[in-house]
Design a protein. Sequence first.
Length: 258
Amino acid sequence: MPDVVANGVRLHVQRLASPGLREDAPVVVFLHGLVMDNLSSFYYTLANPVAAAGADVVLYDLRGHGLSDRPRTGYAVSDSVADLTALLDELDLTDRPLHLVGNSYGGTVSLAFATANPERVASLVLIEAHFAIEGWGEQMAGTLTEIAFGLKDGDARKWRDQHGRKLGRMAANANDLINNTTMVDDLLAVKPLPADGVAAITCPVRAVYGELSDVLHHAEALRALLPDFTLTIQPNTSHSVLMEATPQLRAMITGWLT
C-alpha cells in the first residue's frame, strides 16, 4: 500500500509488521520533520525494530515531502493533523491503541493531534519536538525564509555537486516546497496550542532531546504542562539526536512502546 489518498492529498505510505501480527497489536505512527526530511529517516533507524517487537507500524511522507503530493497550499499544523486523521480513517485504524512518534515538526503534529483527540492516543514519543507556543510560527517562518533565499541563489545545485544526487534532489524538493508553496505563510499564521488543551493530554509522554539542542526550551515548557511526562536529555547531541544517538533511541523507544 504505497499510496493513500487522505484529506484530498496522495500520501506515500509504508506499513511494517512482523508475520503473525496480533489483531490487537498497537499501532505506531511515525511522523518526520520539515523540509529536508521524509519517512526514510525513521525507516532506517527506529521503525523496523519497533515493527519486529510486535507493533503495526505506519510511516508516511507528510504532504509536500518525499514521494507524497506537493500541493501549493495547506501547510498549517491543522492541515497536517487533518491529513493524519484522514489517513488513519483510510487505513481503518480508528479502534486500536495509537502511539505517535514525532521528530521535530512531527512532534508538533503529534501534540496537536493528541490535543484535539486525547481519547485516541495511547502514548506519545517526542524526539526534539517543537511545541507551538507564542511566537513559534514566526520563528519557523523566519528560519524557512532564510533557507529560501539561499535556495533561490542556487544552493540546491551546490548540494547536488558537493553531496551527490540524493541530497541534491532533497535540496531541490526543499526549494520547491519553501519557494513555491504557501508553507511559510501558513506556518506564520499558526496559532499557539492552548495550554489547557495540552495539559488535558493524560497519556504517557516520552520525550528525548539533545543536550546541545536549540529547542531544549520546548521540553521544559512541555514538562510544566503534561501530567505524565518522562524526559531524557541525550548527552553531547544536537537537534539531530535521531541520527546522532540512533542505538540509544532504538533501545529506549522499543522498550517504551512494547
